[in-house]
Design a protein around this ligand. Structure first.
Ligand code: PGA
Length: 263
């Protein structure tokens, strides 16, 4: 696991956007794994800017989103289908039929989950996956004690996660209790994973994920087992890391050829 600590949200977003740009330039038919939430918003703005100002071409790119609320249609402003449409899909030349996200309105959840896994198998593996992290250490919507071998399935949100997302709903009764999420084993199939986090409220989850034991109680800690996982965070999200100076020293002393991943 590589830990990259940057000054603030802007720099962190730039770093992640630069890695995605490099991936698309290097592999125009890349399969991207995408996340929603507050954290990646600026990152998406930057990707859109690359498209507009530098003609970054998404024509052959495929995307798989991590999760969706059950019971919300793509027209609901709090759905992740809506979020992706607003923040990325409507602004770049991604083909609609190459953008995959679980259907929150499905009548057959088990089939929807199986079909989603089959699609990932057919088009994947995901080349580059971006993740956020919940205050409880969740990735996707894999809440604490999720099986580390889990595949795409229904999950019940914790009350803390529901309250963290309450700002996107007009009343707390409207926040769905259930979601479909890629499983932890599904996420781990990606060739490369970047976890982003910003702000003090994520500091404890980051410290547990990076320096704590591997445990289903902190789903993000599973990234310790991945061959190419990067944790790209700002100073405040890094504030509870015991070995912060060491990660910074390693990053500053990377060989030049390794730094090119982002250039
Ligand atoms: P946030 O959500 O980016 O809105 O903080 C992250 C997550 O819950 O995974």
């Amino acid at each position: 696991m590589e830990v990259i600590i940057l000054k603030d949200y802007e720099q962190m977003s730039q770093k992640v956007a630069a890695r995605f740009k490099k991936m698309i330039l290097h592999k125009p038919e890349a399969v991207l794994g995408l996340a929603t939430g507050g954290t990646p918003r600026r990152f998406y703005e930057m990707l859109c800017d690359f498209h507009v100002k530098e003609n970054l071409d998404f024509a052959k790119v495929k995307v798989f989103n991590l999760d969706e609320y059950l019971g919300l249609s793509a027209e609901h402003p709090a759905s992740y289908a809506y979020y992706m449409q607003e923040n990325l899909f409507s602004q770049v030349n991604l083909h609609k039929d190459q953008c995959f996200i679980p259907n929150g309105m499905t009548n057959d959840v088990a089939k929807e989950c199986q079909d989603y896994e089959a699609l990932i198998k057919e088009h994947g593996p995901v080349d580059l996956q971006v993740l956020g992290i919940g205050r409880d250490g969740h990735i996707g919507f894999n809440e604490p004690v999720s099986s580390l071998s889990s595949r795409t399935r229904i999950k019940t949100l914790t009350e803390q996660t529901r309250q963290d997302n309450a700002k996107y709903f007009s009343s707390s009764e409207q926040i769905p209790l259930h979601v479909i999420t890629m499983g932890i084993a599904t996420i781990l199939q990606a060739q490369e994973i970047i976890l982003m986090a910003s702000g003090q409220e994520k500091a404890q989850a980051i410290a547990k994920a990076v320096e704590g034991p591997l445990t289903a109680m902190v789903p993000a800690s599973v990234l310790q087992t991945h061959q190419r996982a990067k944790v790209i965070i700002d100073e405040s999200a890094a504030s509870q890391l015991t070995n912060k100076d060491y990660y910074q020293w390693v990053y500053e002393n990377k060989p030049n050829w390794q730094k090119k991943e982002f250039l």
